[in-house]
Design a protein around this ligand. Structure first.
Ligand code: ZN
Length: 302
């Protein structure tokens, strides 16, 4: 795979979108405010920097979906203390990326049980390289690793809800989990859903455009007009917006595939700007040319 060297100006934006090295992010986190948004009774979404956090509070304790970056743990815990005086009992990671798992070490040391798909533990327990960001991620210490892993699905019975976590294959990564809060009509999609922007697809770690489309279709088949959908990145969402996102993914896939089938090289396909009709709505937070490259690399590798 060729190394994609990002334009310097894009690196921060991309990094903020999905992946900041926890070590390098320290200085940037001091002025971050953690905002709390009520999604349903006892269920909240925390927005700081990094992936959106889901929080369930109630008589059985605090259950978290993702934990952003290590330097934000204190601010996240302060936001949780406004909702509950109980400790964090469980953390489920939607995938391995550092903007969703950076708080694992702090929370694991404090006694939380970390849960994730089998492949998240594999990724976190060994060093990872992302050539697209020219970045390396060291193996995490034992206390930061999931101690319960699953291959397909897992259900928690907590705080009056059934929290159903299930794996979707080869979507954003090879270890994605989507969490459905049954009875509350809430879904946390992790980074299978970037609301209002092109998604990063981690094609170096099993991500595929077809898996992203399949994940969106799967969720669309289980939600209704009242369902609250927490995306990995972007504002709290719903079925209408997820439908538009799915349609954009399908459209970009078709257009990039047409460039491949016409014999264009990667660089020529990017130069042809196959995402043009979608860029005004989706191209502000993630560079269209990078998205095209990722989709091309995925579709041409099969
Ligand atoms: Zn991610």
């Amino acid at each position: 795979m060729s190394r994609l060297v990002m334009r310097a100006a894009c690196v921060c934006e991309l990094a903020c979108a999905c992946l900041v090295l926890a070590s390098g992010a320290q200085a940037q986190q001091q002025d971050v405010q953690v905002e709390t948004i009520e999604v349903a009774p006892g269920l909240h979404m925390l927005v700081g920097r990094g992936g959106n956090v889901g929080v369930s509070v109630g008589e059985d304790g605090v259950f978290l979906v993702d934990d952003q970056y290590a330097p934000l743990t204190e601010k996240i815990l302060a936001a949780i203390r406004e909702l509950s005086d109980q400790p964090v009992r469980f953390v489920i990671n939607t995938h391995w990326h550092g903007d969703h798992t950076g708080g694992n070490e702090n929370l694991g040391q404090a006694g939380a049980i970390i849960v994730a798909h089998d492949n998240v533990r594999k990724r976190l327990s060994t060093a990872q390289v992302l050539e697209v960001f020219d970045a390396e991620y060291p193996a995490r210490p034992k206390v930061a690793l999931p101690v319960i892993t699953f291959s397909e699905a897992l259900t928690f019975h907590l705080n009056g809800y059934e929290l159903h976590a299930f794996h979707v294959e080869n979507a954003h990564t090879d270890g994605d989990a989507i969490i459905v809060f049954r009875d509350a009509n809430v879904v946390h999609m992790g980074d299978t859903y970037f609301n209002g922007r092109y998604p990063f697809i981690d094609v170096e770690h099993g991500g595929t455009i077809d898996g992203m489309i399949a994940a969106a279709n799967l969720v669309l088949g289980m939600v209704d007009d009242d369902t609250k959908i927490i995306p990995g990145h972007g504002p709290l969402s719903n079925k209408v917006e997820l439908t538009a996102y799915r349609d954009m993914l399908v459209g970009v896939r078709e257009r990039v595939l047409a460039e491949i089938e016409s014999g264009k090289t990667l660089d020529d396909a990017v130069a042809a700007n196959p995402t043009a009709e979608f860029d005004a709505e989706w191209g502000h937070r993630f560079p269209p040319d990078v998205f095209t490259r990722l989709v091309y690399m995925d579709l041409s590798s099969r």
